[in-house]
Design a protein around this ligand. Structure first.
Ligand code: GDP
Ligand code: MG
Length: 194
């Protein structure tokens, strides 16, 4: 089709976008996706508002009930398929199935509510899915050094931590490129020690 990238022969790579409720997952997938992101958002009903913890996410009026899905062509060889995981604890049951075949993950963190991504970190660590942490720089949030974030999240020194603005296409794409570089470096290290 004219104008669309030639996806034939390109490697499809499945990537998960995780993080706490309101961390910017839907925003990131929408910002980078070449296809209209498939997403299922529901207006926060009064009932849902009682269930979802809205502390610190005052401006948020919709919530993703299922998943965000998007696609981005990185090069003629690599096409990423992005799956945004549902942020609320009551959707944990979906994570296991979503993670099948995933090569890696981005854990979005909001430094005002860092604890919200512990669940995602535990999930990927326990399943040996390589991940990087993307700190979504919300207005008014304090800026921390990479090492401070690593310490606060209790993650290894080898895990890349990158600042980003999930609303910005270039910044979000940069996060995905960083993840890919990390995945390739990790794969090469494994080969070397085999
Ligand atoms: N100021 C600012 N707002 C953001 C940023 N990323 C997301 N938002 C806003 O934060 C809210 C939550 O983002 P959303 O992508 O829905 O979070 P999700 O629950 O992780 O999918 C939305 O209203 C976004 O517009 C950011 O980098 N800066
Ligand atoms: Mg969302």
């Amino acid at each position: 089709m004219a104008g669309s990238p030639d996806l034939e022969g390109a490697q499809a790579v499945k990537i998960l976008i995780a993080g706490g409720f309101g961390a910017g997952k839907t925003t990131l997938v929408s910002a980078v996706s070449e296809i209209k992101p498939l997403r299922t958002e529901e207006r926060l009903s009064e009932l849902g508002a009682a269930v979802d913890d809205l502390t610190g996410v005052g401006g948020k009026t919709t919530t993703t009930v299922a998943l965000d899905f998007g696609r981005i062509t990185i090069s003629s060889d690599v096409v990423l398929y992005l799956f945004g995981t549902p942020g609320q604890d009551r959707f944990w049951f979906m994570w296991k199935e979503m993670s099948v075949g995933a090569l890696g993950a981005v854990v979005l963190a909001d430094t005002r509510r860092l604890g919200d991504c512990f669940g995602a970190l535990d999930f990927f660590e326990s399943r040996n899915i390589p991940f990087i942490v993307a700190v979504n720089c919300f207005d008014g949030a304090d800026i921390y050094e990479e090492d401070e974030v690593r310490q606060a999240l209790d993650i290894g020194a080898h895990v890349p931590v990158q600042q980003c603005d999930a609303r910005d296409r270039r910044s979000s794409k940069q996060v995905l490129v960083r993840l890919l570089e990390y995945l390739m470096a990790t794969a090469m290290a494994h080969q070397r020690y085999r």
